[in-house]
Design a protein around this ligand. Structure first.
Ligand SMILES: *[C@@H]1O[C@H](CO)[C@@H](O)[C@H](O)[C@H]1NC(C)=O
Ligand SMILES: *[C@@H]1O[C@H](CO)[C@@H](O)[C@H](O)[C@H]1NC(C)=O
Ligand SMILES: *[C@@H]1O[C@H](CO)[C@@H](O)[C@H](O)[C@H]1NC(C)=O
Ligand SMILES: *[C@@H]1O[C@H](CO)[C@@H](O)[C@H](O)[C@H]1NC(C)=O
Ligand SMILES: *[C@@H]1O[C@H](CO)[C@@H](O)[C@H](O)[C@H]1NC(C)=O
Ligand SMILES: *[C@@H]1O[C@H](CO)[C@@H](O)[C@H](O)[C@H]1NC(C)=O
Ligand SMILES: *[C@@H]1O[C@H](CO)[C@@H](O)[C@H](O)[C@H]1NC(C)=O
Length: 379
């Protein structure tokens, strides 16, 4: 019995229940069980074409999986690394692979080469630090890639970029990048995803979408909820307009409701693309917090607070510049103090000479006899 439970992973209850059966039934049951689960790995549960090895503290993907496995769940274990030896035999029928919650850090090259028909790959809830650009075969069939909550460090953006730009994910239709700390995406990150129609960037700290980021993929659904978008610039609106069938979700962002949001409001009121348009609310200024964007009165949208701020900063800047000029002036004076001293002496001497000359002439002029003399000589 123990042999059966370890090789087939049958639930204990089932096995104990069978104790009360007749020996014949026992034998038949054993036979049926062995036939139906030829080689189910240790700590796994196999039924039909599904294999589940969940929350078993495994540190590697179990080997010798049934060759007819279609759905494989190896979730909640402790598999820090998968590579070319993770799937040593070809599993032609495997379409769904779930590797969520394994504290996985490394995905090496050629890891999925023995899974030629892999369609859905879930790597969510991991801590990916390296992900080979050659993890996927050139002609792979992966359509869904779940990388939700997989990158906890903004510096892993390069890793993500190299995988998405490898050029091998040409059949990818759905990509889940939610709950990652992405902040800003390189504008060419989705350039080689020519089939991507569903993209989730929910709760990924996105502060803006750069011009051109969404151009290449034929997107139909874009989830931008719960990010850090404060406005939707004209370039983003134009990009959405270029994809008339695209549906966007934008709620849960901290929209700034000042006079600059005017154009966005016009666009929102006219567009049918924003599915949750009624759920967009202001976050700034305080007086308008939680106010739905669509109910804003354009007359109440002021930029006064902003202008005051701008003026204040410009006054501070002016003060700083003046202070700097003053300091430089004093410094020049100080460095040049000898020259200045000499110059002052020169001036003083010149003045003295001049004054003396003047004094002399004044004395001459003030002598009435000499004055008469000079008047007479004029005549
Ligand atoms: C996971 O594996 C690492 C070694 O790879 C080990 O240090 C750690 O204790 C394991 N964690 C758990 C929860 O078993
Ligand atoms: C990705 O995985 C998370 C759980 O880890 C799940 O909630 C989410 O629905 C998955 N995304 C897709 C597109 O299947
Ligand atoms: C992010 O990753 C870099 C290098 O990969 C590492 O030096 C840094 O400590 C990480 N930061 C965090 C917060 O984990
Ligand atoms: C949002 O993402 C962060 C990681 O970037 C995660 O820690 C947090 O739990 C997520 N929030 C929700 C509501 O899922
Ligand atoms: C955005 O990209 C398009 C196409 O490359 C270009 O024509 C347009 O000028 C760009 N807009 C801005 C604001 O850079
Ligand atoms: C409103 O949307 C239509 C198409 O949906 C477009 O033709 C029109 O130019 C838009 N008007 C404004 C003011 O943006
Ligand atoms: C808007 O928000 C409400 C409450 O949070 C929610 O029930 C509803 O589904 C949201 N609507 C859309 C279109 O997301």
């Amino acid at each position: 019995m123990r042999l059966l439970s370890t090789t087939c992973g049958l639930e204990r209850g089932e096995i104990q229940g069978s104790k009360h059966m007749s020996v014949m039934m026992h034998f038949l049951f054993l036979l049926a069980a062995v036939l139906s689960c030829h080689g189910c790995p240790d700590k796994c549960l196999c039924f039909s074409q599904t294999v589940k090895c969940q929350n078993q503290d495994l540190d590697a993907i179990p080997h010798s999986l049934p060759a007819n496995t279609k759905f494989l769940f190896v979730t909640g274990n402790n598999i820090s690394h998968i590579g070319v030896d993770s799937f040593p035999t070809s599993l032609e029928m495997l379409t769904d692979l779930y590797l969520s919650g394994n504290q996985m850090e490394t995905v090496d090259a050629m890891v999925f080469d023995n899974l030629p028909n892999l369609v859905r790959l879930d790597l969510s809830n991991n801590d990916i630090q390296t992900f080979s650009g050659r993890a996927f075969l050139l002609e792979n069939k992966v359509q869904l890639l779940n990388l939700s909550r997989s990158f906890h460090n903004h510096s892993s953006m390069d890793v993500l970029q190299s995988v998405l730009q490898s050029g091998n994910l040409v059949q990818l239709t759905a990509l889940d990048l939610s709950n990652n700390d992405l902040v800003i995406l390189p504008d060419d990150i989705f350039n080689s995803l020519f089939s991507l129609v569903t993209l989730s960037l929910q709760n990924s700290s996105i502060i803006s979408i750069q011009n051109g980021t969404l151009r290449a993929p034929p997107l139909l659904e874009l989830d931008l909820r719960d990010n850090s978008l404060r406005d939707l610039p004209a370039t983003s609106r134009e990009e959405f307009d270029l994809k008339p069938a695209l549906l966007v979700r934008l709620s849960g962002n901290p929209w700034r409701c000042d006079c600059f949001i005017d154009d966005m409001l016009l666009w929102l009121k006219n567009s049918t693309q924003v599915v949750d348009v009624h759920n967009l609310t202001c976050s700034d200024p305080k007086a308008l917090r939680h106010q739905p964007l669509l109910q804003l009165d354009p007359a109440r949208l002021k930029c006064l607070g902003n202008m005051k701020g701008v003026l204040e900063t410009s006054y501070v800047f002016l003060g700083l510049v003046l202070a700097l000029i003053g300091v430089i002036f004093l410094l020049v004076l100080y460095l040049n103090r000898k020259g200045i001293k000499r110059w002052m002496y020169n001036i003083r001497d010149a003045c003295r000479d001049h004054m003396e000359g003047y004094h002399y002439r004044y004395e001459i002029n003030s002598d009435p006899r000499l004055a008469n003399l000079s008047i007479n000589s004029d005549v």
